[in-house]
Design a protein around this ligand. Structure first.
Ligand SMILES: NC(=O)c1ccc[n+]([C@@H]2O[C@H](COP(=O)([O-])OP(=O)(O)OC[C@H]3O[C@@H](n4cnc5c(N)ncnc54)[C@H](O)[C@@H]3O)[C@@H](O)[C@H]2O)c1
Ligand SMILES: C[N+](C)(C)CC=O
Length: 492
């Protein structure tokens, strides 16, 4: 097996240390790739290349329309290689091929979207209050961008950063999660094929405490965009303060899914499962907090449990598999502890609550889809992001109580609400403190709409027009057409 390399200044190279990391398939723990392991020396080299490309290269001043063409070409290459990319993603993360194929369609769509709007976010002429002057606002790229991504949606989260950064004319250094780098490596090959100039996009492959820490602290980096956990986000925020970097943080979520008694019952049950069990619950926006009207609570839970029992666990490459493994042994242990804590606090296991004992799953990091009832907001299972296939169920008796429970969280990423009463839905949505709220839907996102969190779920927005603006500086240009002495300090 050849060692996959990092990409610095237009060249594929081994790391300075020559260290190598094994990449593991979470379904069976087989080694699927060897990857060069970068450290802070490699990261500094990548940042220097990005800075040189920004300060002296052609990319920042290439017309936005042309940058859009190249970003569009990357979209086309992703479309061309989408099956290979989906296979790499499923091997690396354990998610089903159906999910990975969906991700690749979304990813190509993200590059297409930013290709299309690259030259649409025009500046603006201001109606100047000063006679004989022109006042205008122009957009410019921010500079060198550091981009750090997580393991749960490796290429999707990378695409939300790469496409707008390139469309806006920045140069960048990306660090994917050290445990799931394969699709990011492949996309950097496609970006090279698309004709990006050397040094514009650089890829380093290594852990957070060396590579990530250097990217966050290095004073030649102008913006850091991070997707990952809240604790890491706080460290990055501190490290970034050294040179007051622009900061974009997409952090975790503990997302409520409110079910009113007048909801379409069968759809709400079905979608409550979709809200959580895709990718074994390893989704920032998973609707893991089910908040159910007490009048339908027992029927809803009974129906949910019956359906959850039938979810088929297995290899993501098997067409009949509905849910794959968790990402690692370490993460599985965290999910086990999370549920055990919940049980100690009084949560009751309605289904699941343990690892499966099926022999065909013994080498993978599997946890059974789990429903915990009798939950209240003071429990750690309700407050903490478990990031596994676990739903907690709480009850409510009024609209006000439903919203109050939903907002009782340090997080504010997303939420769902199920009712056929549109006025009630709108009243609740107006009070829900989250970056995205779905009415009669779950987990839906697309390139045209912004994504990000209220409260401790993050800072800034990805996707949409705002996602491009995150990578742009606004410059006010004031032009005096009739300069003359002011004589403030007396005439000459
Ligand atoms: N809001 C969103 O859109 C969104 C999307 C996906 C995932 N997430 C969140 O991501 C988390 C799961 O991902 P994870 O376990 O990979 O998160 P993580 O915070 O452990 O790691 C994310 C990335 O940060 C790097 N990192 C770790 N320590 C670092 C440091 N000190 N300095 C700089 N970088 C460092 C890691 O190597 C990795 O690349 C969950 O909390 C999930 O909710 C959020
Ligand atoms: C942002 N999203 C939903 C694609 C992935 C969250 O983990």
């Amino acid at each position: 097996m050849t060692v996959k390399q990092q990409f610095i200044n237009g060249k594929w190279v081994n790391s300075y240390s020559n260290n190598v990391r094994d990449i593991i398939n979470p379904f069976n723990q087989e080694i699927i790739a060897h990857v060069t392991e970068s450290d802070d020396t490699d990261t500094k080299a990548a940042i220097s290349a990005a800075k040189e490309a920004f300060d002296h290269g052609v990319w920042p001043t290439t017309p936005a329309t042309e940058r859009g063409w190249i970003v569009g070409k990357i979209a086309a290459l992703i479309e061309r290689d989408k099956e290979e990319l989906a296979e790499l993603e499923s091997l690396d993360t354990g998610k089903t091929m159906e999910e990975s194929r969906g991700d690749m369609e979304d990813i190509a769509g993200v590059f297409r979207y930013f290709a299309e709007i690259a030259d649409k976010n025009r500046g603006e002429v201001i109606d100047s209050p000063i006679p004989n002057s022109i006042s205008k606002v122009v957009h410019e790229p921010v500079g060198v961008c550091g981009q750090i991504t997580p393991w749960n949606y490796p290429l999707l989260q990378a695409s939300w950063k790469l496409a707008p950064a390139l469309a806006a004319g920045n140069t960048l250094v990306m660090k994917p999660s050290e445990i799931t780098p394969l699709t990011s490596i492949k996309v950097f090959e496609l970006m090279e094929e698309a004709g990006l100039p050397a040094g514009v996009a650089n890829l380093v492959l290594g852990p957070g405490n060396t590579v990530g820490a250097e990217l966050s602290a290095n004073t030649d980096v102008d913006l850091i965009s991070f997707t990952g956990g809240i604790d890491t986000g706080k460290k990055i925020m501190q490290a970034a303060s050294g040179n007051v970097k622009k900061l974009a943080l997409e952090l975790g979520g503990k997302n409520p899914n409110i079910i009113f008694a007048d909801a379409d019952f069968d759809t709400a049950v079905d979608q409550a499962m979709n809200a959580v069990f895709f990718h074994a619950g390893q989704i920032c926006s998973a609707g893991t907090r089910l908040i159910v009207d007490e009048r339908i609570h027992d029927d809803f839970v009974a129906s949910l449990v019956e359906r959850v029992k039938k979810i088929k666990l297995g290899n993501g490459f098997d067409d009949t598999t509905q849910m794959g493994p968790l990402i690692s042994k370490e993460h599985l242990n965290k999910v086990v502890d999370y549920v055990e804590n919940g049980k100690r606090e009084g949560a009751e296991v309605a289904v699941g609550g343990e690892c499966p004992d099926a022999p065909e799953l013994k080498d993978g990091f599997f946890y059974l889809p789990t429903v915990l009832t009798n939950c209240t907001t003071d429990m750690s299972v309700v407050q903490d992001e478990g990031f596994g296939p676990v739903i907690t169920v709480e009850k409510f008796s009024s609209e006000e109580e439903a919203v109050k429970l939903a907002n009782d969280s340090i997080y504010g990423l997303s939420g769902g609400i199920w009712t056929q009463d549109t006025a009630k839905a709108e009243r609740c949505v107006a009070k829900m403190r989250m970056g995205t709220v779905w009415i009669n839907d779950v987990n839906l996102y697309f390139p045209h709409a912004p994504w990000g969190g209220f409260k401790q779920s993050g800072i800034g927005r990805e996707l949409g027009k705002t996602g491009l603006e995150e990578y742009q500086e606004s410059k006010h240009v004031f032009h005096n057409l009739k300069p003359e002495p002011m004589n403030w300090f007396g005439a000459e």
